[in-house]
Design a protein around this ligand. Structure first.
Ligand SMILES: Nc1nc2c(c(=O)[nH]1)N[C@H]1C(S)=C(S)[C@@H](COP(=O)(O)OP(=O)(O)OC[C@H]3O[C@@H](n4cnc5c(=O)[nH]c(N)nc54)[C@H](O)[C@@H]3O)O[C@H]1N2
Ligand SMILES: Nc1nc2c(c(=O)[nH]1)N[C@H]1C(S)=C(S)[C@@H](COP(=O)(O)OP(=O)(O)OC[C@H]3O[C@@H](n4cnc5c(=O)[nH]c(N)nc54)[C@H](O)[C@@H]3O)O[C@H]1N2
Ligand SMILES: [Mo]
Length: 671
């Protein structure tokens, strides 16, 4: 990203035309970044709560006062029960320095509880780990040469623009694009074909395709025998997933499954772009595993324009030990601090504490996240943060829904104001972010805030006081062959480095699993007492998974990202919010008709966990039985002060302990 600065003020941000993965393009929301940086509501001084929790009334205080207040409370708790302190952070910035460095070191040194950062990608990451050995796959640029692309559980026009550019290039060269998505998303509308399966049934579809590949012998036997493990076992499993059974499960035609398998196997340069949309359900990890088997069965990996990609983040040689220093934990490695899954923040905050759970949570330090808006089962999250005996610090750019519950609100710098280094989960460059302007107001980088807290609390480990530049240099394993010829100085000069990787990474096997093969059968899963083969697990909340619940709440609700928001970031930017308008609910005409709902009606969406309101858009973009509420709205900027997470659940996925945002049954009525 290039920033135009005049008299110390950022006027404009633009993509860098020399940067290959992005080719000079920024997405709509990021082009508005200066509007966000200089927004009148930007937090510019530390603030102390004066009203009730959740009310959002604060008064400005000095940094000295803020640090003293924070250090006194945290020291007192740490001296008695360090695990009563919980950090809460995720994707605000995905920078390795402002994300997971000094902050993690600080909490490790205190012996605070650890946060399992599972809100987004953990099921898919586990699926990849047990199949390929890591979050690795096809290189994005070569999708431009693919002849068939399955865009599976992903809406790249909204959420992965730079991949979409490649897909369009492929389309111009004659490739066939197929969207696999229960919703006719912006992307699905632009594909040649849209397979609108029921949500959470992707594992069954993949196993059905495998069934056809085997039945019709559309396999690359040489690739299978040289580079995969467990074909016979997988064959046994897939035999039960006949097209007719899968057609029942997925709610699609038998012929769609058979033709999809034939087309896929019959094309040499066949590529699959999965994304995380498909793994936010009970069986998400297994679904990714089943899909990930496909290119190894057909030998698609032999071509650089063939294979599969969910995440490329495992290619970057990040040294997370050096960044986060888990060895600072008292008693490490024989003893590690309690781990709390971030998706269960609602229950964790309301838990009184006991022998198995450990001490009650007494303090939460939130940075890079807005849990009151983004975490599931939101009523409980809000109740938890409203606890009078909870001490909450929030590091933020804005007074978000979560900030309203803070005791102490600390102004943080944005991407334009601090130093960072990044890996990507969509491409294979590593990047350096230089500050373009000085901090706005009294804002400080996250790292600086945690260094200050450590100093104020009298902690003395030198690792807690390293500068951002020293931390940034420790972020990568420079000796790794993917960074050959690159060092800190070259990275500083160019701003990025392309990782040295083979064009077709698995053309000759070389997976990162213990066996070095693509593991259809996973010994590691078997050892944990888990199913060693991919399978289909019906959603927790579906007619198959919970018939009684489905009778009361017959509609499946998903709440994927709106194009103009980045999770809950940018929702308070007027130009972007006005484009989204207001919270909507897309529903199929027959579901609407049954409920006496017409387009434009205000509706109430509800289940046992809670309710929210939205304006109905009656459209066949949503398949029957599905309702779609593009997200993630700030609650306080929605007319009824609520958002989609009022109805989502804290249940976790099969693998990885991920959130199940799209495994959610509701009923809808006219208001
Ligand atoms: N504009 C924008 N861009 C973003 C984000 C954002 O909030 N806004 N968020 C960023 C983040 S943090 C992430 S993780 C990525 C997410 O990126 P993606 O995982 O690509 O997420 P979505 O764009 O929501 O695409 C998900 C698609 O999956 C579909 N879907 C839902 N349930 C199922 C299912 O069970 N099966 C299948 N096959 N499809 C299903 C939805 O209808 C939706 O069209 O995007 C990143 N980019
Ligand atoms: N219903 C539903 N819920 C979802 C999802 C969904 O699709 N549907 N998607 C899920 C996914 S994929 C994800 S990744 C999570 C994301 O959830 P979060 O990680 O909470 O992401 P954001 O909502 O973008 O909130 C990030 C906050 O960090 C702040 N921030 C940004 N940069 C910095 C910084 O440098 N320092 C500090 N201190 N703060 C900073 C921003 O101002 C913003 O308020 O939400 C999940 N929740
Ligand atoms: Mo995410």
């Amino acid at each position: 990203m290039r920033v135009t600065v005049e008299n110390g003020r950022a006027l404009k941000v633009a993509g860098d035309p020399d940067h290959a993965p992005t080719q000079g393009a920024l997405c709509t929301k990021v082009t508005r970044y200066p509007e966000r940086v200089y927004h009148p509501n930007r937090l510019t001084t530390p603030m102390k709560r004066v009203g009730r929790k959740g009310e959002g009334r604060f008064e400005p205080i000095s940094w000295d006062e803020a640090m003293e207040l924070a250090a006194t409370r945290l020291s007192e708790i740490a001296s008695r029960a360090p695990e009563a302190i919980l950090p809460y952070s995720y994707a605000g910035t995905m920078g390795l320095v402002q994300g997971d460095s000094i902050a993690q070191r600080f909490f490790h040194k205190l012996g605070a509880s650890q946060l399992d950062r599972t809100i987004c990608a953990a099921a898919g990451a586990a699926g990849l780990k047990y199949t390929y050995g890591a979050s690795v796959g096809m290189l994005t640029e070569f999708f431009a040469e693919s002849e068939v692309i399955l865009i599976w559980g992903s809406n790249p026009i909204a959420s992965n623009l730079h991949f979409w550019t490649r897909a369009q290039e492929a389309k111009r060269r004659g490739a066939r694009l197929i969207a696999i998505d229960p919703y006719r998303s912006l992307t699905a509308e632009k594909c040649h074909q849209h397979i609108a399966l029921k949500p959470g049934t992707d594992g069954a579809l993949a196993l059905g395709m495998i069934n056809v590949l085997i039945a019709e012998n559309l396999l690359d036997h040489a690739y299978i025998s040289a580079h995969t493990l467990g074909f016979d076992e997988l064959k046994g499993r897939a035999l039960t997933y006949t097209p007719s059974r899968v057609s029942e499960i997925c709610g699609i035609k038998e012929q769609e499954i058979i033709e999809l398998a034939r087309l896929y196997a019959g094309t040499k340069k066949a590529a699959i772009r999965m994304n995380y949309g498909l793994q936010r359900v009970r069986g998400g990890g297994n679904a990714v595993r089943a899909i990930a088997c496909l290119p190894s069965l057909t030998g698609a990996w032999r071509e650089r324009a063939g294979g599969a990609l969910l995440s490329s983040s495992g290619w970057a040689p990040v040294d997370s030990h050096a960044l986060q220093r888990p060895d600072l934990m008292p008693g490490w490695p024989s003893k590690v601090s309690r781990v709390i899954n971030m998706n269960a923040i609602g229950d964790a905050l309301l838990h009184p504490g006991d022998a198995t759970f450990g001490p009650k949570v007494e303090a939460v330090v939130v940075y890079n996240s807005n849990p009151v808006a983004v975490a599931p089962d939101s009523q409980k999250v809000a109740e938890g943060f409203a606890r009078d005996d909870l001490f909450t610090i929030v590091l933020e750019h804005f007074q978000t829904d979560t900030a309203d519950y803070a005791d102490l609100l600390l102004p943080a710098t944005t991407q334009l104001e601090h130093l960072d280094v990044h890996k990507s989960y969509g491409h294979t460059h590593v990047m350096l972010n230089q500050p373009a302007i000085s901090p706005v107001g009294e804002a400080r980088p996250n790292t600086e805030i945690f260094r200050g807290l450590a100093r104020q609390m009298g902690l003395d480990d030198p690792a807690l006081f390293e500068t951002d530049e020293v931390v940034a240099q420790a972020a990568f394993r420079w000796e790794d062959k993917t960074l050959e010829g690159v060092d800190w100085d070259t990275l500083k000069n160019t701003g990025w480095a392309k990782l040295n990787l083979p064009d077709a990474p698995f053309a000759e096997g070389g997976f990162r699993t213990p066996s070095g093969k693509c593991e259809f059968y996973s010994e590691r899963l078997a050892q944990q007492g888990l199913d060693p083969l991919p399978d289909y697990l019906p959603p927790y909340e579906s007619a198959d998974g919970a018939p009684e619940l489905a009778a009361r709440y017959p509609l499946a609700m998903i709440s994927p990202p709106a194009r103009n928001f980045l999770n809950s970031t940018f929702v308070n930017i007027e130009s972007l919010r006005s484009t989204e308008g207001e919270p909507h609910l897309d529903m199929h005409p027959s579901d609407a008709h049954m409920r006496d709902i017409v387009d434009g009606n205000q509706v109430r969406i509800f289940n046992d966990r809670g309710s929210m309101q939205a304006r109905a858009r009656v459209t066949d973009k949503a398949r029957e039985g599905l309702v779609v509420g593009l997200s993630i709205w700030w609650k306080k900027l929605a007319p009824d002060g609520r958002n989609a997470n009022q109805v989502t659940s804290q249940a976790l996925t099969d693998l990885g302990g991920s959130a199940t945002f799209y495994d959610c049954l509701v009923e809808v009525e006219r208001v």
